[in-house]
Ligand binder design. Structure first.
Ligand code: GAP
Length: 482
């Protein structure tokens, strides 16, 4: 099944508090987005699921959290100052600026045609560096130039030795990091797919030259399976092997995991775009950040104070480790999970209902506890006590009594809450009162229902009766752990 298109997700996100246009009351700021109450929970859950898979569930990865501002020399020797650019063309007529390699896709802002059709008005392409510049220090003239990092990777390379030494690490092992990155994209767009400020989830995995192809294959498999495990349907995820002419000069191979971000496009090939790249970066990174001459990379590093060469503690062999880099976008992953979870089905009134079938580990709220009536204090107190108990035991739960029960169910379906727990008259053992009937006239509660609640499943809408005493275990079993 094709995923929902991005337009539908943009509207759901705004309507239900996942993602809002940033600085909206001032007219916004091109392609910047704020994660709202549910968006922050969803994205945190995506990041937590990634961290669990790559740091906690393995024994060969260390985590870190590096500074966004780094010494400018990092970007000189990484090659970003010289080469981290996109080709830019200007239109002499409309004064628009476009990525030269995208003119066949982009609409001309003046005429009903693609930018490529304006070729007579376009300047020659020139390189436009994507790094945002800033200054470190209070006085502008004396301040040191710095960049907002365009990737998290470099702090893992420059901390390689710190982590080997402080954590007694031997090759093979990796470093993982989640953090913000900034790129002054010429053409941002498509919601959170391409923005100027975004978050990355990156691994730099260091291995012995010669073992790199196997580790590369391992990581492609691992990362592909991670997306499937958390709910992406196999038909919406594919591998794209980069051709030699597409590879960075230092890379030996790179496979992209592509997601069907644009299911509405007629041309199947154009429906896919990058979710994560998994590159074999060879020994480039640790070499170029090491002091001295590196003829292989035509780099002479006169500034680094260290050599990042690795010495095998058993054989004493010295080498620069190869790096396998699975590099994912937290925002793109969040968007893909949202798109893939989106579904509609007819509600009891025949009208289409949105059901967001997020994996329980990713769902912003796991359980909504609802009293059947908000004007009956015993129902309210019991429901609030159940909510507090679940939350105390680490199950993200909310209490809600702001609408009738059918409406509350529909709202929770739309935001992906896997379970609703309803506290009703049977829970209190006093049976059901008909509208307007006096409580003492209510029929007795059927035997065995005292201190039980209804648990409703988001995807099947099935309801089962569960004793409150066993509710936590019942839910925990079905929610699993993140
Ligand atoms: N260290 C390698 C690196 O940064 P990349 O392919 O440029 O590789 C990795 O970026 C991932 O970061 C991409 O697959 C994508 O998910 C995410 N990403 C890159 N640019 C982005 C942007 N402008 N907006 C949102 N996500 C972006």
């Amino acid at each position: 099944m094709a995923a929902a298109d991005i337009g539908i997700i943009v509207s759901l996100c705004k309507r239900r508090g996942f993602i809002f246009p940033a600085s909206e009351i001032y007219g916004g700021l091109g392609s910047t987005w704020d994660y709202g109450p549910l968006g922050v929970e969803l994205k945190n859950n995506v990041k937590r699921a990634w961290w669990k898979a790559v740091v906690y569930d393995r024994d060969d990865i260390e985590g870190m959290d590096g500074a966004i501002l780094m010494n400018r020399l990092v970007w000189k020797y990484s090659g970003h100052e010289a080469t981290f650019s996109d080709p830019l063309v200007d239109c002499r007529e409309c004064k628009g600026r476009f990525r030269a390699d995208k003119t066949y896709e982009l609409d001309c802002p003046r005429y009903k045609r693609k930018v490529a059709a304006c070729s007579a008005n376009l300047t020659e392409p020139r390189a436009f560096n994507l790094m945002f510049k800033t200054q470190v220090g209070p006085v502008e003239e004396d301040a040191a130039l710095a960049y907002l990092r365009p990737e998290t990777a470099q702090s893992m390379f420059v901390n390689f030795k710190n982590i080997v030494d402080s954590r007694w690490r031997k090759i093979p092992f990796g470093i993982a990091q989640i953090g913000k990155a900034f790129r002054n994209e010429i053409v941002p767009g498509n919601f959170t797919f391409r923005t100027r400020e975004f978050e990355q989830m990156e691994i730099e995995f260091f291995c012995k030259p010669g073992t790199d192809a196997d580790w590369h294959a391992h990581w492609i498999e691992e990362r592909h399976n991670w997306y499937l495990r958390y709910g992406i349907r196999a038909e919406n995820l594919r591998r794209y092997v980069q051709q030699p002419e597409e590879l960075a000069h230092y890379a030996r191979a790179c496979t992209d995991l592509q997601y069907r971000f644009f299911p509405e496009r007629e041309d199947e090939e154009k429906q896919w775009d990058e979710l994560e790249g998994i590159a074999n970066r060879t020994d480039y990174d640790l070499s170029v950040h090491s002091k001295g001459k590196h003829d292989k990379w035509q780099v002479h590093n006169e500034h680094s104070t260290q050599s990042l060469v690795y010495r095998d503690p058993v054989t004493n062999e010295k080498y620069f480790p190869y790096v396998i880099e699975p590099s994912a976008g937290a925002d793109r992953a969040t968007l893909a999970f949202l798109m893939d979870a989106y579904s509609e089905k007819p509600g009891p009134d025949g009208e289409p209902r949105v059901v967001l079938k997020l994996h329980p580990a990713l769902a912003p709220i796991k359980v909504a506890v609802l009293p059947l009536a908000r004007n009956k204090s015993e129902l309210v107190e019991k429901a609030k006590a159940i909510k507090a108990d679940l939350q105390r035991h680490g199950i993200r739960a909310v209490y809600d009594d702001t609408a009738a029960i059918g409406k509350l169910y529909a709202r929770q379906d739309e935001i992906g809450t896997p379970f609703c727990v309803t506290v009703d008259y049977d829970t209190l053992g006093i049976g059901k009162t008909k509208d307007g009937a006096k409580e003492e006239d209510a029929p007795a509660s059927p035997a065995g229902l005292l201190d039980t609640v209804t648990v409703r499943d988001r995807d099947t809408w099935e309801q089962v009766r569960v004793p409150i005493a066993g509710l936590r275990d019942f839910l925990a079993d079905r929610l699993g752990t993140v």
